[in-house]
Design a protein around this ligand. Structure first.
Ligand code: WT7
Length: 632
């Protein structure tokens, strides 16, 4: 099937994907390189959770990302690396060069004893070796697990232990604006707690002093120089795991979402080319970090599978000044720009002078992802960045979905302020009421579910299928429950309203309230805590923690600082509470359950919307909490 280029084609494609799923995806998959074709396009369902795509086929992901393009696009730029420091030289890799680097890295991994099916953890800055490294894993059939470089040693070791990872790839350090983040130091602390990790490969970036443990640590460039040039792509089964990626849920520790090879590959390419509509000579830039799923699907796999040029940016939006994004857009003649609402709001707050200095004339398409985009930010983005000529693709999806699920197709189906609009072909969304009944007709308001599986859907939680079923399939049996609320307007267009579970979207990053509570509770003076989200001008949602202590701390501010540092140490700076309120108790039901609804309303400042509190075990505490909140 060729690309969708009109509203009529979209409607036809969506209908076909619903009525004849087998033919739709079977036809699409023909374009890839297969060592063996599939026996069946798909099978299984959301009750048994036994769904599979392209069963029986054999293929290799890296071959489809790189080798497949060599004859026609070998000299086309595949990857552009824009460093943190604007004065540093830009690095460019053609498809041929990237192919070479991936082959080399694959051999480095093999030389370190990595085998098909092993899990390789990455804890790196945004440098080319991260992208090259994960694609190299797919060449030899190893499963990558990327841990965002902002996570703490504890968070990193938790993930390596859960995955039983034998090898870690890291940097000496990474640049972030004027700072150097000492990644190797944090990695050492993490590895000390992980008996399964036998080797650590260190890619040099910042040149800061690091400790190299003999017999365990190797420099990447040393290993690279010894490695052979060519590495034959391993023949993988369609349903072999491609990568795992940890993400937060409403309870417990982060879950390793498992994505498999053929289904994800189809989904990554299909969604990338249809949503963004990138043409042969376009310049595509997604500002995400490869530590998140956006960087997996829309910096790495989607663009490479499509033979596009992808830009990788190491720095931050506000250094050397708040015009950095726009400077990079002009420098590389960016045509497609994909970022998060939190970045848009942060830059909006810095004033227009940072924008108007730059031309932005090459831009054709804008994208947004990670959290609901408020109308003001949408309008600002549309007017000042897109100069009212670029469609904004508001792309709703999740780590679990592998790729974009609901979005307008840029310039093909219309956008609408703050609406993700229409489901992609293959996606059958539904809104469900509190009793689990599907709400038919428009307009509608409910919990967002997906009624059938699609190629890019997660295949489960690493090592914990019970939790997988429990988390996503018990609330509304037979449907995948996303955890988001949504509205459908009178024309059936979707607007995502945000999480309805105990997950907070802080700057587009998922933080489970339970994770933050667990961290706070580790402080010896903390008896109990409750964490909720509240509206935050820049971050979308901020973290608000209510804390009960054994005794009143002598210096409240110092104590709050200690708590914030504890959360940073145990999870990372992204989970650091924005507000901490000390309290003598928490509102509870008679069965002892914390009434988060009340805490949420107080944190939001909506004290008149608390509802009936008379049935609480301790109604008096509510007045204390309301009073306390005024002083925060
Ligand atoms: C959660 C998933 C998708 C890659 C980055 C985040 C929220 C995501 C949108 C959007 C409104 C959005 C949802 C979702 N979200 N995109 N366009 N509009 N909300 O992936 O960390 O797995 O988070 O992000 O709440 O459930 P993630």
């Amino acid at each position: 099937m060729s690309r969708i280029r009109s509203m009529a084609e979209y409607e036809k494609a969506h209908k076909e994907s619903m009525d004849n799923q087998e033919k739709f995806w079977g036809d699409y998959a023909e374009q890839f390189t297969w060592h063996k074709k599939w026996d069946k396009v798909y099978s299984g369902d959301l009750n048994k959770l036994d769904y599979k795509w392209f069963e029986g086929a054999k293929l290799n992901m890296s071959e489809n990302c790189l080798d497949r393009h060599l004859a026609t696009k070998g000299d086309k730029t595949a990857l552009i690396f824009e460093a943190n420091d604007p004065k540093e030289d830009v690095k460019r890799y053609t498809y041929k060069e990237l192919h070479h680097e991936v082959n080399k890295f694959a051999n480095v991994l093999k030389d370190q004893g990595v085998k098909k099916g092993d899990i390789v953890t990455f804890y790196m800055g945004m440098v080319p070796e991260l992208l090259i490294g994960i694609v190299a894993c797919t060449r030899i059939g190893a499963i990558h697990s990327v841990v965002f470089g902002g996570f703490s040693a504890v968070a990193l070791s938790d993930r390596m232990i859960d995955a039983e990872s034998k090898i870690l790839i890291t940097n000496d350090g990474s640049y972030r604006g004027t700072k150097i983040i000492p990644l190797k130091e944090t990695a050492d602390e993490a590895v000390a707690k992980c008996p399964t990790v036998k080797s650590v490969i260190v890619c040099k970036r910042t040149g800061n002093d690091v400790n190299m443990a003999s017999g365990r640590d190797v420099w990447y460039h040393d290993a690279y120089n010894k490695a052979a040039d060519n590495c034959a792509p391993e023949s993988m089964d369609s349903e072999d795991p491609l990568f795992i990626l940890y993400t937060s849920g409403s309870t417990g520790k982060p879950k390793g979402q498992v994505h498999t090879t053929a289904g994800y590959m189809n989904w990554a390419k299909f969604t990338f080319e249809n949503v963004f509509q990138v043409e042969e000579n376009d310049m595509y830039w997604c500002t995400a970090d490869i530590g998140w799923v956006t960087g997996h699907t829309y910096i790495t796999y989607g663009p490479l599978l499509s033979g596009a040029t992808t830009i990788m940016f190491e720095g931050v939006p506000t250094w050397p000044d708040a015009g950095r994004f726009w400077e990079v857009c002009d420098k590389h003649k960016v045509t497609h720009f994909y970022t998060a609402p939190t970045a848009i709001r942060a830059l909006q707050a810095q004033g227009l002078e940072h924008v108007t200095k730059h031309s932005l004339a090459t831009l054709k398409v804008l994208g947004t992802v990670g959290e609901p985009i408020n109308e003001e930010a949408w309008e600002w983005y549309y007017k000042n960045i897109g100069k009212e000529k670029c469609p904004i693709a508001d792309t709703w999806w999740q780590t679990e979905t592998g790729g974009i699920m609901i979005s307008n197709l840029a310039g093909v189906t219309p956008h609408k302020t703050s609406f993700a609009t229409r489901p992609l072909p293959g996606v059958e969304p539904s809104l469900v009421d509190a009793d689990g009944k599907e709400i038919k007709g428009n307009p509608a308001d409910g919990n967002l579910c997906i009624n059938r599986h699609w190629p890019g859907m997660t295949r489960g939680i690493w090592g914990d299928m019970d939790r997988f079923r429990q988390t996503y399939f018990t609330t509304y049996p037979g449907k995948y429950f996303t955890g988001d609320g949504a509205k459908r307007d009178e024309n059936g267009l979707y607007r995502i309203t945000g999480r309805v579970d105990d997950v907070i979207n802080v700057s587009g990053h998922r933080i489970g309230t339970a994770e933050v509570e667990d961290a706070l509770n580790q402080h010896e003076k903390v008896v109990e805590s409750a964490v909720v989200g509240y509206p935050h001008e820049i971050k979308g949602a901020g973290i608000y923690a209510y804390v009960i202590c054994t005794e009143k701390p002598a210096d409240i501010n110092a104590f709050k600082k200690e708590l914030a540092q504890l959360v940073t140490k145990l999870i990372g700076p992204i989970a650091r509470p924005d507000k901490i309120q000390m309290s003598s108790g928490l509102p509870k039901t008679r069965s002892g359950k914390i009434m988060r609804r009340i805490l949420r309303k107080v944190a939001e400042g909506e004290n008149d919307k608390l509802g009936d509190i008379s049935t609480l075990l301790n109604p008096d505490v509510v007045a204390e909490i309301i009073e306390g909140a005024k002083k925060i």
